[in-house]
Design a protein around this ligand. Sequence first.
Ligand code: DSN
Length: 487
Amino acid sequence: MTDVTVTPTATAAAASTAYASALEVIGAVEPRVAEAIGAELADQRASLKLIASENYASPAVLLTMGNWFSDKYAEGTVGHRFYAGCQNVDTVEALAAEHARELFGAPYAYVQPHSGIDANLVAFWAVLAQRVEAPALAEAGVRHVNDLTDADWSRLRHALGDQRMLGMSLDAGGHLTHGFRPNISGKMFEQSSYGTDPGTGLLDYDAVRARAREFRPLILMAGYSAYPRRVDFARMREIADEVGATLVVDMAHFAGLVAGKVFTGDHDPVPHAHVVTTTTHKSLRGPRGGMVLAQPEYAEAVDRGCPMVLGGPLPHVMAAKAVALAEARRPDFAGYAQAVAGNAQALAEGLTRRGARLVTGGTDNHLVLVDVSGFGLTGRQAESALLDAGIVTNRNAVPADPNGAWYTSGVRLGTPALTTRGFGAAEFDRTAELIVDVLGATRPTATRDGSPSKARYATADGVADRTRAAADELLAAHPLYPGLDLA
Ligand code: DSN
């Protein structure tokens, strides 16, 4: 079997020494921080982590973030900085971008975004700059926005604020940053959403097309954080072209599956989208951060992400992106990505066989969305009961959720993190058994005044302890960072 874990034995001893020394240095200044870092490792080692957006980065990636690059300002782009002395930052930024282009087959990569929302804002402003601002400058006969007359600038500001975005609805699995009101993207754009088929839970491309024809968005947004299926990006591009929209794909959740060639052809967003955004810390298993890939016509506008949207880049994180992307280019990463998808199917089958109801009936990516109303629970109750038993998940709305976004009716489960620990299909089947045991033994309880509660619950005596013991057995057989000893 391919080794899909992140700590080759040869480097574990060196990583132990590095961390022990680092904690000694930190502890000499503020021991409570050193203790919290150690406690975080212990907690992560001791739980069944099924949060679909989390992973475990390699010691190489993590160690790359703790160094002198953190002290450097480097606004601008490689070779064109607003600060002197950026030659080493240039080296790591150029390397990260090169690895990203090679890994994803993208013409252009921008590795400065600090997070997913930053990556999306860079993408949105690049589309606005290219599609709205550039024609306005051309019409006014000037090259720079500062050269517009006050009247032209006023018209341009209104035009920029008058654009539309069509994205996947939140309860179908879309993301807050795809134009929803609590996020700045929802204040930048007039937004409309497409959902999923009420019968199957699957994306209905004809319905997306019909909505796009009616709404005429500037940006057609694809991508998700809780949809358990592949998306046909070739069809999404056809729809975008038909209505004159720019296709932006947020692949944050499934970037690792694209990198590992689980999603290819029509399911690989990179050749189909005008712009692709991602985070680097989810299934891609890199440092916490963001990235934008673009077709050549958007490259120059994306390059202006700093100072348009971003502050100074984080050179230590760009260096860690270079390391993580180099890891993802190695053949064993494809084995990891295949295992992530295979394990999600094993988890889905294990849950279904034991009576759990899954949104869309299954999965073909890295995540599973369980509709826990079948157990008589809200997502909040299910999430808490599982946590008591050492199983870390997050509650999530299901399509047309009667319990809204706070209590919800679902829990989202993902396989990237435990696959990094070396879990295979048998371990995920056992995990499914533990989840169903806990949910089946949990009941809602009323508040003190007897009214129904969406948060209170009780799990039958002994089940949480028994589950924790079983989870410990699974975890002990697949240690996190084996050989890394901080004692
Ligand atoms: N918070 C991430 C997730 O859990 O899906 C997305 O931003």
